[in-house]
Each structure stands twice: as structure tokens, then as C-alpha cells.
Design a protein around this ligand. Structure first.
Ligand code: SF4
Length: 368
């Protein structure tokens, strides 16, 4: 089991960094967690340009001049948890919706016809609306139409993840939201999600189930982003050691305006986000780094090739939002409103290739 280091100690470790530590980290080809702490520190800020150059070289060597593309489909905004920062929180009163299998397939086919080959099925956490049987049924309908079908839903047991893997799901994303155990308690007011350790163990259960890819991350805007970055590094290194054949990704969701009164507890600037992305790229050369449409077009275009490997595009965060343009009941409003075609044109204009498909289920005989 992964034991998250004490969050206060992570912050202290980062604060103790000197410029010599940063220079030593930049000169290393295989970074330790101490090196990662140095690159996340304020002492590393004068070296951002060099970090960007090193991150760019590594990213383009490992992944080529490419950016993978995907789109989320929101299946349901029912949720039994009370997360202080989220528009889907059980506290918020609005008309909830869970797509039928036909409605989910219709949403998926809209994205399919727009050219997407990788979709991410997202839902609030309410087992009475979205359970393993429902997800299995959707996966069986979609698996032959898409190269990759990922999920971001409530944490499940290893057995249930394995059922979904056999039904055609290829990847699981589950974010710890914050690795700060004390803060976690104060923002996860009730519901299953208030169990910090169960959530922390979820990526390992997903990897154990046979999933090809597992995504982790923290919600930026809750706790000290530098310490979150170091905690992610420790978690990633532990997962890699234990599940060497699984691919891993890290996402960087920065808080966006959402229903309710919640204001970010920490400001995370675009410069901070860039430093975090560069530091993790230098720490783990093969990890997939995902920047979603939470970020604005200008920022996403500027980061092409500098660390991120995957972008979402043309996204809507409300169930049924691709069929119904009212976007009623969305989780948050996006920052990049461009269509898939516009995002692809911007990627090509920078000399990169958009990639719709980087996997084929033929490689994964057990799921057929
Ligand atoms: S963050 Fe997830 S679990 Fe929490 S209220 Fe929102 S949808 Fe539910």
C-alpha cells in the first residue's frame, strides 16, 4: 500500500531547496524525489526557461511532435458526495440527469462523427445511477467504435475494474484532489469520497485489474501546489515500481468557476502550472501529461511540445451536452471553447501532428 508522505513535511522539504539543488537537478538524467522537490521550489523559478527547454527535448524525443486528443462524455451529474468545491456536490440543487444507454451512445456517436477515437466517460459518484452493470453495457456498445474508452467515475473494487476491462474499458483516471490529509477532511464533507485512504489506493486497484493506463492528479487550487506536485511524484514512482507494465498519466485540473460559493483556497498561476508540468516531465520522462479544456486556448497552444502529451478538445461538461447545446447542469465552464477542427489546426500550425488513435484493441486480446 502506498503511504502518502506527510504534506507539511513535503512543503518543508521543498522550501529548504537552494539554487545549487536546482542546478544539480537540472544536470541529472534520472531524477530522484529530492531533485523533483528542487524543481518545484521557488528557488527553481529563475530556471523556468531551462526547465522548459529540457522538458521540450524529452517530450519530443519520447513522444515525437504529436499531441493526442480525446473528449469527455458526461454520463451523469448525480452525486452522493459533498465536495465543497464541486458543482455536482449533493448540496447543490439543480435538475440532475443520468443518460440512458441510448443517449450515451448518441453522445458518443456525435464525437465519433467529429473524428474522436478516444473518449473519456465521466460521471458524478452515485452508484445507484452509474454502477458496474451500466458501465459494462456502455463499454460493450462503444468498444468497437473507438480505439480507447477511458473512465473517470467513482472508485471501484479491483474485481469491478476487471469486469470493465473485459467489457472494453482501457483506462481509469482517479484524482486524489489533495494529498493534504487534513485539508482533504475539510473539503470532503460526507459520502464515500471522504475516505482518504480508499481513494489513495484506487489507482493501484485499477492497475491491478489489468487496465492499460491509470491516471492520477490533484485539483489545483486547494492546497500548496508545490507539495501536491511532490506527492504526485512519490505516488507515481511507487505505482511505477509496483505496476511496471501499466502506463501512467498525470492531469492538472486547475479550479474553474462552478455552482456553489466555493472560491479556490490557493491561487495557482499559469506560470506555477507550467513549472509543475516541466518538473514532472523531467522527473518521469515517459508519463503522459494531460492538459484539459479547463485551460484557455492561448495557454494550451503555448505549451505544445513543452511537456503535455494529451489535450481534450471540443468538450462539454454536462450530461447530454453534445446533443443539447443548453449545457444545463455542467460541472464547470471550460476555458478553451474551440472545436476539434480548430484545436487540430492550432496544433498543425505549430508543426505538430494531432493524434486521434494511439492504441488498438487488437493489442489487448483478453478484452475481446
Ligand atoms: S468532485 Fe466528484 S465526487 Fe465530489 S461532488 Fe463533484 S462529482 Fe461528486
Amino acid at each position: 500500500m502506498f503511504h502518502a508522505p506527510d504534506f507539511t513535511q513535503l512543503s518543508a522539504q521543498i522550501s529548504a531547496t537552494t539554487q545549487e539543488d536546482v542546478e544539480q537537478a537540472l544536470a541529472s538524467s534520472h531524477l530522484s524525489t529530492d531533485n523533483l522537490a528542487a524543481l518545484l521550489s521557488s528557488a527553481a523559478e529563475p530556471y523556468l526557461q531551462q526547465m522548459a527547454q529540457n522538458a521540450s527535448t524529452i517530450t519530443q524525443t519520447r513522444f515525437g511532435r504529436t499531441t493526442q486528443l480525446y473528449a469527455p462524455i458526461y454520463l451523469s451529474n448525480y452525486c452522493t458526495n459533498r465536495c465543497a468545491y464541486c458543482g455536482f456536490s449533493a448540496d447543490n440543487i439543480f435538475k440532475r440527469k443520468c443518460l440512458t444507454l441510448d443517449e450515451a451512445e448518441k453522445e458518443a456517436m456525435i464525437l465519433h462523427d467529429r473524428g474522436f477515437q478516444h473518449i473519456l466517460l465521466v460521471s458524478g459518484e452515485a452508484e445507484n445511477a452509474v454502477d458496474v452493470e451500466y458501465m459494462e453495457a456502455i463499454a460493450r456498445r462503444l468498444r468497437d467504435k473507438f480505439a480507447a474508452v477511458s473512465i473517470e467515475i467513482q472508485p471501484m473494487s479491483t474485481e469491478d475494474y476487471h469486469r470493465l476491462f473485459l467489457a472494453g474499458i482501457t483506462a481509469v483516471a482517479v484524482y486524489q484532489e489533495t494529498y493534504d490529509r487534513d485539508l482533504y477532511k475539510t473539503v470532503h464533507l460526507s459520502g464515500k469520497k471522504s475516505d482518504y485512504d480508499y481513494r489513495l489506493e484506487t489507482p493501484a486497484r485499477a492497475a491491478e485489474s489489468g487496465m492499460r493506463e491509470v491516471g492520477i492528479g490533484a485539483l489545483l487550487g486547494l492546497a500548496d501546489w508545490r507539495a501536491e506536485g511532490l506527492a504526485i511524484g512519490y505516488h507515481l514512482a511507487w505505482l511505477r515500481k509496483k505496476f511496471w507494465s501499466t502506463s501512467f498519466t498525470v492531469s492538472f485540473p486547475r479550479m474553474r468557476p462552478a455552482a456553489g460559493e466555493f472560491e479556490p483556497l490557493q491561487i495557482v498561476s499559469e506560470q506555477n502550472l507550467s513549472q509543475l508540468i516541466f518538473a514532472l516531465r523531467l522527473f518521469d520522462q515517459d508519463v503522459g501529461l494531460i492538459v484539459s479544456t479547463r485551460e484557455e486556448a492561448r495557454y494550451r497552444d503555448g505549451m505544445l511540445g513543452l511537456g503535455p502529451t494529451r489535450y481534450s478538445a471540443g468538450s462539454c461538461t454536462a450530461p447530454g451536452g453534445y446533443s443539447d447545446s443548453s449545457h444545463e447542469g455542467e460541472q464547470f465552464s471550460v476555458g478553451d471553447h474551440r472545436s476539434l477542427e480548430e484545436v487540430c489546426a492550432a496544433i498543425r500550425a505549430k508543426g505538430f501532428d494531432p493524434v486521434y488513435k494511439d492504441w488498438d484493441s487488437e493489442f489487448q486480446a483478453e478484452s475481446l
